[in-house]
Design a binder for this molecule. Sequence first.
Ligand code: GDP
Length: 290
Amino acid sequence: MVLDNLGSSLRGTMDKLRGKSRLDEDDVQEIVKEIQRSLLQADVEVDLVMDLSSNIEERALNEEPPGGTSARDHILKIVYEEMVEVVGDSTEIPLEPQTIMLAGLQGSGKTTTAAKIAWWFSKKGLRPAVIQTDTFRPGSYQQAKQMAGNAEVQFYGDPDAEDPVKIARDGLEATEDADVHIVDTAGRHALETELIDEIEEIEREVNPDRNLLVLDAAIGQGAKEQAREFDDAIGIDGVTITKLDGTAKGGGALTAVNETDSSIAFLGTGETVQDIERFEPDGFISRLLG
Ligand code: GDP
């Protein structure tokens, strides 16, 4: 059954429907309210929560459950389908030579994610290289180098260089024999013109196959503006949510995916290079509703 790991409160409400063959308006409203509460708590944007819940409500009241389906299973299916509609499938990441560029604010987890994605590709039998172009954050070179070492993948960076575009160019040349290039970029504490200009320039030089936006699971309502700015600047093809091992439920990712018309690629679940998973809708939806 879909949504096996529902949170206890929504599960309790759903379980009250056991044995019922039809839902009345009160049942539906109670469930929709629970869903709204869970999604808002998970930091899903209010407008999105309202859209989702009105779709669920309308379908639950108007669609006849197919013969033999209980009212409970019917509404669970509707909830699941409506959530999948927004969450989408995992971003397509073909196992072939390609260049992936990471974008995001400082502290979102880009450098860690670059090494993790490289590790993930190396486990799939490809030869990745990490190119570190962050000349802004002190220590980023050392950190990236060490993490690439942990992932046992090629690394290029230049602690003395000041021009990220040049580092990107030199890095691609120096790691020519790698087949997957992961280009890490500098963030800033906030969205600034300088950051956007810089990433546009790197993007022009690197010409990536995929741009992934890296978001901290705790981002919340700030996700919308970040997603919009980065999407306008370079086009976002997928989102990676980090720090899902913490308490945050990652609802900001939904906002970002909705805003950029993209999908979720990877989930970060810890500080080491192995702590990465490909996104899979079921578990994530259960987490949001939990
Ligand atoms: P950047 O500034 O975007 O490059 O961010 P970093 O990669 O340096 O990450 C910022 C902090 O978050 C570091 O202390 C990382 O160890 C930590 N971090 C990154 N990803 C995860 C994750 O999935 N889980 C946890 N618990 N910490 C993470």
